[in-house]
Design a binder for this molecule. Structure first.
Ligand SMILES: Nc1ncnc2c1ncn2[C@@H]1O[C@H](COP(=O)(O)OP(=O)(O)O)[C@@H](O)[C@H]1O
Ligand SMILES: [Mg+2]
Length: 300
């Protein structure tokens, strides 16, 4: 069982099987994926029940119910404005930073209420990393971009090794090992995005959230990020928002298709999940005609 997301009382010793994390809370590391392992045996990292988000009085997305499995890539697809970014931001409490945003319903993270009064959102964001549409490296060297989080967290270990390890896992090491002290802004857009992923990996997250991580990248860089996602999937749960149907079909195991509906009083357009299922099913044999129209390119 995972430990609490909060600081454990001083007398508590975490069980040996549970990874200690410098953010102050521990979760069990996700065991490596085995190709023979049935998907049904994967545990939920998140469970969403009746989740809705409003900005002020205007609902943006409502009634979202699905689980996100460990060691799987879950894709969120659907037309612009249907609440995909709003929903993914719920998963690491980024909406807390938007004063008008109100989250309702229940989100469990390893069985704990992510919005419980005892949960520190800053600690949550150290466990649940996020990568955005536009690469956003710090105006620092490649090395310092990676070392920043581990230094702030006071992570133990040799910093050179931490940096190399994160860059290896971010599939960037071979390209940058000879220029670690140069400014990250000198890298290509695709390299900057892999740097942002590596920066997230350096603080040993459990989940990686990606909001359209490839939409500013060329096809070759996009292919590299997709390959990287498939590697990372062996250790992490990944949630990706994408406009690219082929990308969702290529990388994800599960897909949530969102659409926008008019409210009963026809005043508000609110996002809802029309279908959530295995990606193959959503793309080849969807149960809702709206999903079919979208994935075959007839609308959207
Ligand atoms: N910070 C915000 N303040 C107010 N409304 C917002 C904010 N962010 C998004 N919205 C609104 O919420 C709805 C869903 O937006 P968003 O989550 O960005 O959709 P998507 O990512 O699917 O394009 C839209 O109507 C959008 O205008
Ligand atoms: Mg968006």
């Amino acid at each position: 069982m995972p430990e609490k997301l909060t600081e454990p009382p001083p007398e508590t010793t975490p069980p040996a099987s549970v990874e200690e994390h410098p953010s102050g809370f521990q979760v069990k590391p996700q065991a490596p994926a085995s190709p023979a392992e049935p998907a049904t045996q994967r545990a939920h990292v998140f469970e969403l029940e009746g989740v809705g988000v409003s900005y002020g009085t205007k609902p943006a997305v409502r009634d979202v119910n699905f689980g996100i499995n460990e060691r799987e890539i879950t894709a969120l697809i659907g037309p612009s404005g249907c609440g995909k970014s709003t929903l993914i931001r719920c998963l690491n409490r980024m909406n807390d930073l938007i004063p008008s945003a109100r989250v309702s319903g229940s989100i469990l993270y390893h069985g704990q209420n992510l919005y419980g009064s005892d949960i520190d959102p800053v600690q949550v964001r150290k466990r649940i990393g996020m990568v955005f549409q536009k690469p956003n490296p710090f105006p620092k060297s490649i090395y310092d971009n990676i070392a920043f989080g581990p230094r702030v967290l006071g992570m133990k270990g040799n910093m050179d090794e931490i940096v190399e390890n994160a860059l290896q896992r971010g599939a960037l090491w071979d390209e940058v090992k000879d220029r670690l002290k140069t400014n990250a802004f000198g890298m290509s857009g695709g390299q900057q995005q892999r740097l942002c992923i590596a920066r997230t990996l350096a603080i040993e997250p459990d989940v990686i959230l990606m909001d359209e991580p490839c939409s500013a990248l060329d096809p070759i860089s996009t292919g590299r990020i997709e390959d990287l996602m498939l590697e990372l999937r062996e250790r992490y749960a990944i949630v990706i928002v994408t406009h690219n149907m082929q990308q969702a079909a290529r990388v994800s195991q599960r897909t949530a298709f969102f659409t926008v509906e008019l409210d009963e009083d026809e005043k508000n357009r609110t996002g809802r999940v029309v279908e959530f299922d295995e990606t193959e099913k959503v793309f080849t044999n969807p149960s809702d005609p709206r999903t079919e129209a979208y994935v075959t390119g007839k609308v959207g």
